[in-house]
Design a protein around this ligand. Sequence first.
Ligand code: FEO
Ligand code: CA
Ligand code: CA
Ligand code: CA
Length: 687
Amino acid sequence: MTETAPRRLLPLLTGRHGGSRSALTCRFRCGDACFHDVPNTSGGEYFGDVAARAFSRRTALKAGAVVAAAGAATTVLGQQPALAAPGNQGNAGKAGAAPGLNFEPVAPNTDDKLTTPAGYLQDVVIRWGDKLFSDAPDFDAANLTAAAQRRQFGYNCDYLGLLPLKGQHEFLLVANHEYTDEVLMFAGYDAENPTREQVEVAWAAHGLSVVAVTSGRRGKRSGALDPIVDHRLNRRFDTHSAFELTGPVAGTDLVKTPADPSGRTVLGTLNNCSGGLTPWDTWLTAEENFNQYFANAASVTDPVVKERLRRYGMTGGATERKWERFDDRFDLLKAPNEANRFGWIVEVDPYDPTSTPKKRTALGRFKHEAATTRITADGRLAVYMGDDERFDYFYKFVSTDKVGTGDNRDLLDHGTLYVAKFTGNSPAAEITGDGTLPSDGAFDGAGEWIPLVTSRGSEAISHVPGMSGVEVLLFTRQAGDAVGATKMDRPEDVEPNPVTGVVYVALTNNTRRLPGQADEANPRANNKHGHVLEVAEARNDAGAGSFAWRVFLLAGDPNDPSTYFAGFDKSQVSPISCPDNVAFDKRGNLWISTDGNALGSNDGLFAVAVDGEFRGQVKQFLTVPVHAETCGPWIDDDRVLVCVQHPGEGDGSTFENPTSHWPDGGTSVPRPSVAVTWRADGKKIGH
Ligand code: FEO
Ligand code: CA
Ligand code: CA
Ligand code: CA
């Protein structure tokens, strides 16, 4: 094999927004968020401003003290190769690969297929429209019905998890269906006049799927997985399924609606992006860009309500999908509190087919990207969460109670929600906004977790002056504003390294950050390609109140001097842009999927060692088809799974003339799908 990743620079695709996403993605995914004003207009200083004035030896010592206190975690951060000037690393020409990452990198490309490394096979596990139940009709792209869609795999899968079911061959696959692309789903779609049937199909295509899969039908060496139709645990949740609000916000006035005067039962979960699993094998699914489904914020007159809506990106009239025409709860003038019932982390028990999923209000309300967990030193649960919006925040919830051996039914209703504040240890004058490393050789520093609210079942104790506990949970962004949390470059997925405990935060991009707003944790202005941070909790305890942090990766083309690959030789890494979902393999290698590659190639999945001599050697493992996003990566010894989300979601792409025909080929419509790849020789991934 070769260790030299291809360096071919591809021509930038035209007509893509923000240098990356297509207009269609912007429109359907997040309601054109990039074209609207940044919702965070809080007056909190960018910490670079503060550091410029306040940096002193005392600050440096304090940061150093936190690093020292981090114990084992500090050791991990200290294991990186000696930092050198970008482009002049000491590991040039290094041969070999990190353990578990021994594969030939895939070249950047714009092919309409899933491209995997040499020696790997691939298959589709389940596609949009595939049946979970035998009473569903076969998928018929020209004749979609809501009744069929409610029994079939939904659209635009994002998070995926694989839970154990039977030995090494049967698993429970859980997947989010984040949103719908109506122009790719319906012939002659008229965005100004969607029909009731089209809207009902979209309602049914949103939500979640639980589906049993088996590897038992293809022979021993195959990593392929097939859905088990009619398995007793198969479930679909859509926009009309019942969800229970739990925790302090449940039953309060701000979540009561005309249809639910109890304020406890919500129909549906919307825009579920990524997620995570708990130690007791439930699934946490994250409601993200929920704001785009709620109409007529522009006509709301109460200034307090209007400001709360604005801070969450609700400022307009009619919505893109016009659901408000068919159900009053999507009209803020008719059901002013309905939007308060979305934007939560939802806990699903996929092993109990009769369970009602719970929206856990103690974890706060924002545009939740994901929720990943780690046990604290004393046995409680920490949940890490990003709010995916430019200049929004990074959060942690720590449970009050220890994780038990039972179902931990109420564990996530009791605990404290924190928001992160990052402080750099270099003079602000050295944070130039162009990615140049400061004189200490690293973008790094210390941080603290600022407590926002402590939940005790139905009670919430606020730690934010001027806001009640319930208000902090409901309007968590404003609480973060009030305490001076650090404005980040779109915090997406977060993942603790199972080997070291160091937490990795993907920051997808932020082209709105101006040069004067660069800070050490978000060190590039006009950050087109995003970055990855590592966070080492004090004493390596997920329950700690402080942490050390360091920039691990500044993404982009390695020829771009603003990029940084943890000090690794940039002639030996794959170009990478817009890190989004992250996952770890058992060895502690980081796998990164991308959303909106701004380098002109299709999106992909990358793997990189975070420790040892190959730390920072980013290698591309696969690319997804045209105009698709790589989501949900799941990596185990035998297979790698990804969600191929929104294939064909490019400018001008329509049901009649889509830009992708994956996976069915020919003239077929593209179908978002879960795909799997494994080694043809039956050996372990990357060995
Ligand atoms: Fe749904 Fe933040 O990506
Ligand atoms: Ca520094
Ligand atoms: Ca995402
Ligand atoms: Ca993840």
